[in-house]
Ligand binder design. Structure first.
Ligand code: HEM
Length: 148
């Protein structure tokens, strides 16, 4: 049950993050927060870089959710091997994506890096989607039968 809820929540947050990333790119505010990992005012958001601030905050949340899903999948006795593999690839992809996001900033939005950022985001989405699909195919935990 927890794997279904957690993996689905991860997918939903990741889906929103991809939308926000598209908006960051299309509206040209990618360098509104030129520092990394924090914006110029630290953890305090400011209207000058609010979209990029939200993109980074939701990315951090997504990272934690992807890692938490992988931990539960690995520990689950019912989870199939393919689900564990998909969640581990998702973990590698989310870490790579966060590092790549930093490189995109440092390299001032180099076109190849921004394209790689989009591509790795799609790999991440596919792996999380597979994890959700496996989670919803898992049998419900059997109720414990107590004998009289
Ligand atoms: C799980 C983590 C992340 C995902 C899934 C993600 C996804 C995306 C997507 C889909 C785009 C749109 C790309 C395009 O339209 O070509 C984007 C843009 C962007 N992302 Fe991320 N992102 C993540 C983390 C980060 C982080 C941590 C940073 C910075 C520290 C970052 C910085 C950027 C920037 C600056 C852009 C705009 C690039 C431009 O102006 O063309 N991203 N992101």
């Amino acid at each position: 049950m927890i794997l279904k809820a957690l993996s689905f929540a991860t997918l939903a947050v990741l889906f929103s993050l991809i939308f926000i990333g598209g908006y960051v790119s299309a509206s040209g505010v990618g360098l509104s927060c030129p520092d990394w990992p924090l914006c110029p005012q630290g953890l305090i958001p400011h209207e000058d870089f609010i979209i990029e601030y939200i993109h980074r905050s939701v990315a951090a949340t997504t990272g934690l959710l992807v890692i938490a899903t992988a931990v539960f999948a690995i520990k689950s006795k019912d989870a199939p091997r393919a689900m564990k593999v998909a969640s581990l690839i998702a973990t590698a992809a989310v870490i790579g994506q966060i590092v790549l996001g930093a490189v995109v900033i440092v390299e001032r939005l180099h076109a190849v890096l921004v394209t790689a950022h989009l591509g790795l985001g799609l790999v991440l989405f596919s792996m999380v989607l597979m994890t959700v699909a496996f989670a919803f195919r898992m049998p419900a935990t059997k109720a414990i039968m107590v004998k009289d």
